[in-house]
Write a protein that binds this ligand. Structure first.
Ligand code: 5AD
Ligand code: SF4
Length: 467
C-alpha cells in the first residue's frame, strides 16, 4: 500500500509507472503524444505545475500550450475566490468537444478547487468527460493514474490528504530560463476565517534545508539568476522541525551560495515577521529589498474577526521596524474589501493605513464567500455594489500613493537583472532592488544579464540608462 512506503520509494514507484506510460503512449497516440498543463491562481500553483510538466516530460509527452491539440489536458485550479472557480468550469466545459473529436484524450482536474468534495461531486455528475479529479496531496501519482487509465481503468476521484510527507526529487520542467520558483514549504496552519487554503492545501510542512539548498545550487548552476522562495507563509518555515533552521537562517544559507543572483520570497504573514528576519534581509545582499506583508484590513475589529493574530497598531509597529532597518524597502500587501460585517468606518481605517504606509503596490480583492470557512456563516449585510464602490475608492487612493512613491527612484542607480522585453519599442526591462520596473534601451541579447541602470525619468514607467 502507498501509505506504508517512504517518500523516496513513493517517487520510485511513480517513476516506474512513468516508464510504463512512456512505452504505452505511442501505441495509443502515435509518435508524438502531447500534453497541456493549464494553470490558474498563485505562484505556488505555477510552481506545482512545473513539477507536473516534469513528470509528463518523463512519461514521453511533448508539452504544448494549446489544449485543442493535446492528448492529455490537466487543469491546475485555484479555489481562493469564486471568480477563479467560475473560470475553471468554463475551461473544463471546452474539453467536451475535444473529447468528442478525440475520445482518447485524457482530461484531468487537480489543485485547490478539486480538493473540495462539493466540487469533485459536481464534476462527477455534470462533467462526465473529465477522467481524473485529483486533490493536492496526490499530484505526484500522475504517472500511476495515467498508466491505469490507458490500461482501461475507470475514472479517478482521489482526494485523500492522509499522506502529509513532502515528496522530494520530483522531476521539474521550469517555465523560465533565468527566473525560477523554489518551493520551501507547503500548506498553511493559520486558518484566517475567510480563507480556503488550509482546508485544500492541508497543514504546513517544510522541506528539509539540505534539499532546498541542493535545488538552489542546481538552479544557479543551470543559469537561474532570480530565485523566488515560495510558501503560503514562508516566515514560519521550519516550525516544528528538528533541524533548527528558521526562515532567516535559510535565507542566509541561500545568500551564501556562490554566484550573482537575486533572492525573493513570498508570502509572509505579519504575525511571524521577526526582527531577526528584517536584519537578515538587510544584511543579505542577494535578498531583494521587498516585503510582501498582507494586512487584509486596517481595522483591528475586522482583523480579530479574520483571526489574523495582530491588530492595526502591531502591524504599523512592524512596518516602522521594517522601514527603520531597511530604509530602501519596498512594501506590498494584500487587502480584502467587504469582509462580512465590515462597515464603512472599518473600511476607512484600511484607507488611512494605505495612506500612512505608502505601499509600492497592492493586491486588492473583494471578499468572496468560500464554503466551509468560518466567515461563510457570518452576517454579510453590505451589498456587492456598495463593496464595489469602496473597492474603487481604495484603488484611487493607492494610485495616488504609488505615483508619489515612484518619484523616489529618480536619480538612483540599481544593479538590474534584464528580465523581459519591454512594450516600449527598443527597450528592455528589469526591477529595482525591490519591485519597481525599470525600462532601458537594449535588445534581447541582454536577457538574463545584470546591468547597472541609472533611473533618469518617469514617463508611464521608470526610464533608465545603462551606466
Ligand atoms: N475573498 C477574497 N480574497 C481572499 N483572499 C484569500 N481568501 C479570500 C476570500 N475568501 C486574498 C487574501 C490573500 C490573497 C492571496 O487572497 O488577501 O492574502
Ligand atoms: Fe489563507 Fe491566511 Fe493561510 Fe494566507 S495565511 S493562505 S490568507 S489562511
Amino acid at each position: 500500500m502507498e501509505l506504508n512506503l517512504t517518500p523516496n520509494t513513493i517517487l520510485d514507484v511513480q517513476l516506474g509507472y512513468a516508464k510504463r506510460v512512456l512505452s504505452l503512449l505511442p501505441t495509443v497516440y502515435g509518435a508524438n503524444p502531447k500534453a497541456c498543463v493549464v494553470t490558474f491562481g498563485c505562484q505556488q500553483n505555477v510552481s506545482d505545475s512545473e513539477r507536473l510538466k516534469g513528470m509528463l516530460f518523463e512519461m514521453g509527452y511533448t508539452l504544448i500550450d494549446d489544449i485543442d491539440n493535446a492528448d492529455f489536458i490537466i487543469f491546475k485550479t485555484c479555489a481562493v475566490r469564486e471568480h477563479a472557480e467560475d473560470r475553471v468550469f468554463g475551461n473544463i466545459g471546452m474539453t467536451k468537444q475535444i473529447k468528442k473529436d478525440r475520445p482518447n484524450t485524457i482530461v484531468a482536474v487537480c489543485g485547490c478547487m478539486s480538493q473540495q468534495e462539493h466540487i469533485a461531486e459536481k464534476i462527477r455528475k455534470s462533467y462526465p468527460y473529465v477522467d481524473f479529479v485529483l486533490g493536492t496531496h496526490v499530484e505526484h501519482r500522475l504517472p500511476e493514474f495515467i498508466y491505469k487509465r490507458l490500461s482501461g481503468g475507470k475514472r479517478v476521484f482521489e482526494l485523500s490528504m492522509e499522506d502529509n510527507t513532502v515528496i522530494e526529487d520530483v522531476p521539474v520542467k521550469r517555465d523560465g530560463k533565468f527566473k525560477g520558483w523554489l518551493p520551501i514549504m507547503y500548506g498553511c496552519n493559520n486558518f484566517c476565517t475567510y480563507c480556503i487554503v488550509p482546508y485544500v492545501r492541508g497543514r504546513e510542512r517544510s522541506r528539509e534545508p539540505e534539499k532546498i539548498i541542493a535545488e538552489a545550487r542546481q538552479m544557479i548552476k543551470d543559469g537561474y539568476k532570480d530565485i523566488t522562495l515560495l510558501g503560503q507563509n514562508v516566515n514560519s518555515y521550519g516550525k516544528g522541525c528538528s533541524h533548527g533552521v528558521n526562515f532567516a537562517k535559510l535565507l542566509r544559507m541561500i545568500n551564501d551560495i556562490e554566484g550573482e543572483f537575486v533572492i525573493r520570497f513570498m508570502t509572509s504573514h505579519p504575525k511571524d515577521c521577526t526582527i531577526e528576519l528584517l536584519d537578515t534581509i538587510k544584511e543579505c545582499k542577494k535578498v531583494t529589498r521587498h516585503l510582501h506583508l498582507p494586512f487584509q484590513s486596517g481595522s483591528s475589529r475586522i482583523l480579530k474577526l479574520m483571526n489574523r493574530y495582530y491588530d492595526r497598531e502591531q502591524y504599523l509597529e512592524l512596518i516602522k521596524n521594517a522601514k527603520e532597518r531597511i530604509p530602501d524597502v519596498d512594501l506590498t500587501s494584500d487587502i480584502i474589501v467587504g469582509f462580512p460585517g465590515e462597515t464603512y468606518e472599518d473600511f476607512k481605517e484600511t484607507l488611512s493605513l494605505v495612506n500612512e504606509v505608502k505601499f509600492a503596490s497592492l493586491f486588492t480583492f473583494i471578499y468572496s464567500k468560500r464554503k466551509g470557512t468560518p466567515a461563510a456563516t457570518m452576517d454579510d449585510p453590505i451589498s456587492r455594489v456598495e463593496k464595489g464602490r469602496w473597492f474603487s475608492e481604495l484603488l484611487k487612493v493607492q494610485e495616488k500613493v504609488a505615483e508619489e512613491n515612484i518619484q523616489k527612484f529618480i536619480g538612483k542607480t540599481f544593479r538590474v537583472l534584464c528580465d523581459a522585453v519591454s512594450e516600449r519599442d527598443g527597450y528592455m526591462q528589469g526591477h529595482t532592488q525591490g519591485t519597481a520596473v525599470i525600462e532601458f534601451k537594449g535588445d534581447k541579447s541582454m536577457l538574463g544579464e545584470f546591468v547597472n541602470i541609472k533611473v533618469e525619468a518617469y514617463d508611464n514607467g521608470l526610464l533608465g540608462k545603462i551606466i
